[in-house]
Design a protein around this ligand. Sequence first.
Ligand SMILES: C[S@@+](CC[C@H](N)C(=O)[O-])C[C@H]1O[C@@H](n2cnc3c(N)ncnc32)[C@H](O)[C@@H]1O
Length: 453
Amino acid sequence: MQHLIASATGLSDRVTETRTLSLYSKKTVLRAEQNVNDKLPLASNTPLKKQEESRLPDQARLFGNVQFIYELILAGLELRSLGAVFEMTDEFSSFRLLDVEDDERLKRQLAYFETVRGENTDYAYISRKNRTRSVNQYLTHWIYPYKGKFHPQLARAALNIIGLAPGDTVLDPFVGSGTTALEAQLLGVNCVGFDASPLCVLQSRVKTASHEVIDKIRERCAELPKGNAANTSLHEASSTMSANTDQRVADFFRLAQLVALSDSVRRRKDAAAALASKTELMVQSVADYDQIRKDLGLTLGRATIERGDARTLPVQDNSIDGIVTSPPYSIALDYIKNDAHALRALGLDTSEIREQFIGLRGPTKDRVRLYDDDIMRCLDEMMRVLKPNKYALIVIGNAVFGGTSLQSAELITKHAGEIGLHLTRSVDKTIFGLYNVMQREKVLIFKKDDEST
Ligand SMILES: C[S@@+](CC[C@H](N)C(=O)[O-])C[C@H]1O[C@@H](n2cnc3c(N)ncnc32)[C@H](O)[C@@H]1O
């Protein structure tokens, strides 16, 4: 709760204030009134028992991990976008449904809600298929420790908020670790994803395609000797793949090696032991994906992931139904340095790749200016490929450089407006991270103007 209070007020948690968030007008009402000194119970993470739920026939109940104001706002936005009229209940743990177009659709798609009228949402089942200790790293999301990932729940909500339906196509021009691609796939939305980094392309493909070849992956694992010898053989399994090995199987074992390598570099673990344990965990997670697909009867979206440059996308004009993405936060994170060991293991020249990375290219003194030029070119591309009247949701943070906050969010908003992507919503995602270091981020939602207007 302290996080909620802190992010709402920007002040310490001892401030007494009644806060009213009037987020929507007229038809849809989300009014969150709260004395900020109250200790409010958070929703339990376990589904409520049937008899308790039967007392809540008109409610959509939030997950227990929903704790920030921005999450409540996004929860309200996805609910509205999926055709519900609602009001917030006093405890902040659920929304009262006043009018709903399609209950089933809510259950199938919602991201921030654990139950609808007492019944689990699909996401309640999906997010429990988790082999890690981190709440949001369910199914194959955890595979590869990539810095700067989206929160999968946010990505799922984003897809709902911008009105994407099964069969539509979403673009993520900075696909990174594949969070948007995987969440789109689960919702039946096709995803076209690009990244300048071959490592990102590999991990995004493995996360979204391995379930299609789970039997072949298992077969190959079974052929490997057990015990200590397994470590060497796994290494061999990927390095000696024959030319006719299914590319998805080869990618899986290649990534397993890189996951183990990263684990041993970052945690100073024994590489061979890491390889065996990580591969096993990866197989289990892929199997979980396949199982949940069957259990929930999901029709998965198609994920197409390619290496590419967000400044010049190989995508047709006016062909994309929505964009969900997060570009590099100016020059904040050196992605190449972070993943240098893996990129080298893939046999890549890191200095060559660096020149394609926005926020990393050029001499230090020119980097911010080059980033600003590049991000505007990326927006031009998003505008070009998006269909008229469709939405682009961009998560961006203002990095600090030399003591000053770089105004990337403001630059993006200004340039977008100039080219015909007008801002329909801006949600402040300021949160407190470890050691109370504030992270300033924004969720910006743009709509492409209809050329005829
Ligand atoms: C903030 S991360 C995206 C993280 C992603 N949303 C996720 O959940 O993993 C930004 C990504 O932009 C990529 N990138 C940098 N320059 C690029 C360019 N010119 N074209 C495409 N991708 C680029 C980086 O490799 C990085 O993966």
